[in-house]
Write a protein that binds this ligand. Structure first.
Ligand code: URA
Length: 270
């Protein structure tokens, strides 16, 4: 067999871009073939630091500038912190100071939410993409435009719906968030849902439906079915439906999505 010619740096970069890798993870290149350096000292234990003065909520255990803790400690910290936010602004501030999730270090901006926090309906996606990362708002790219059309189809827009994601920072290159990252951010989106207190919760796509609604089946099975979601203070109606990004790739499922949207509208007016 003739060996493949060695790709040039230009070809490699073009390949990475095509694969969705559009940011570097470090300022310095890492030679992963070099001999391992001397053993590094154990990471410093994370210690509490004060939150910015404008908030009254207690200081997170993991704050800006601290060494990132082991993922399990970060999940525990997120679970302990999220319920302490008394308002959405508290929660935003808390997330901004939370350094447990490494995605924050590669993201351009935190993407907290868009829409009306008084809305009766809340949509939860997975994680921001490139456009959202640049603008700091969820669902503003191509899939966001489709979400806007889906909302319009049932008489909604961003003044009558609230939109957020499980993960508020873009995973580099739009890779899927890891299970740890999802678990780490879950307490925050749960608290966000509780604070918005919508009557209806719509999870967009499988990752959101499985993580938020704790469903085991895939989206083909779960979409369009109402389930109860306990916000912590009350039980509300929740439904998984297709993620708009999936519908852009598989427009054939728009037909089923239309059925879901009609069911959502019926529930909202009843
Ligand atoms: N996909 C998501 O899940 N969320 C966004 O905000 C954008 C794309």
């Amino acid at each position: 067999m003739t060996p493949e010619p060695t790709p040039s740096a230009h070809d490699l970069l073009a390949f990475y871009l095509e694969a969705g890798v559009d940011c570097a993870l470090s300022e310095e290149p890492a030679n992963r073939l070099a001999e391992p350096a001397e053993e590094l000292p154990a990471p410093r234990a994370a210690a509490p630091r004060a939150l910015p003065p404008q908030t009254s909520i207690p200081a997170p255990a993991i704050m800006r500038g601290e060494t990132a803790p082991a993922p399990d400690a970060a999940i525990e910290s997120a679970r302990a912190l999220a319920p302490k936010a008394q308002t959405l602004e508290d929660l935003r501030t808390l997330l901004q100071s939370f350094d447990g999730c490494a995605l924050k270090t590669t993201a351009t901006r935190m993407v907290f939410a868009d829409g009306n926090p008084q809305a009766k309906i809340m949509f939860v996606g997975e994680a921001p993409g490139r456009d959202e990362d640049l603008e700091g708002l969820p669902f503003v790219g191509r899939s966001g435009k489709l979400l806007d059309r889906m909302l319009a189809a049932i008489g909604l827009d961003r003044s009558s719906a609230y939109i957020a994601n499980i993960i508020p920072w873009r995973p580099p290159g739009n890779r899927d968030p890891s299970p740890h990252e999802t678990q780490m951010c879950l307490p925050f989106i749960r608290r966000q849902i509780e604070l918005v207190d919508p009557d209806v919760l719509i999870c967009l796509g499988k990752p959101s439906s499985q993580a938020v609604l704790d469903l085991k089946d895939g989206i083909m099975k779960t979409r369009g079915r109402w389930v109860d979601y306990h916000t912590g203070t009350r039980s509300i109606r929740a439904m998984p439906t297709f993620h708009p990004a999936y519908l852009l790739r598989q427009p054939i499922y728009k037909r089923l999505t239309w059925q879901d949207l009609r069911a959502i509208k019926k529930t909202l007016v009843s």
